[in-house]
Ligand binder design. Structure first.
Ligand SMILES: [Cu+2]
Length: 140
């Protein structure tokens, strides 16, 4: 039963990507220790279109606040700060990864469980909404 659901989600996601020419790979949410309500999310976003696009917003029901973050060197230390948008260059892959660009998730409504999927929406500057299912994983 579980397998059928997963396959269906995959097909419906592919349809969305085909229309807007954006491909999402390996969306993962970092598993948090018990009691922690802040985490981060990583993924690869491939812009197959001829236009540069921007990721401007992330939403989801499982947490209260989603922010776009980047890491920067400040006084010799890596610090993260929120950014207004992330450029998705045309015909290129934008990688959100630990130590770089990432999506910050605040105020989780329930503890995350390893292997679970959480639904999110990525919103682009051209108003495209990309629905994704991100897997909760242990990430260093
Ligand atoms: Cu952050």
């Amino acid at each position: 039963m579980k397998k059928i659901v997963t396959i269906f989600l995959l097909i419906s996601s592919l349809n969305v990507f085909a229309t807007i020419e954006i491909e999402i790979q390996n969306p993962v949410i970092r598993l948090t220790p018990p009691g922690m309500t802040v985490t981060a999310m990583f993924l690869k976003i491939i812009n197959h279109s001829n236009k540069n696009l921007k990721l401007v917003k992330v939403t989801g029901d499982f947490a209260k606040t989603f922010e776009l973050h980047n890491m920067e060197m400040l006084d010799g230390k890596m610090k993260m700060r929120s950014v207004e948008s992330m450029v998705l260059k045309n015909k290129a892959t934008t990688e959100l990864k630990s130590g770089g660009l990432h999506i910050m998730i605040f105020d989780l409504k329930a503890p995350l469980k390893e292997g679970d999927y959480q639904k999110l929406e990525l919103i682009l500057d051209n108003k495209a909404v990309i629905e994704i299912n991100a897997k909760v994983e242990k990430i260093d």
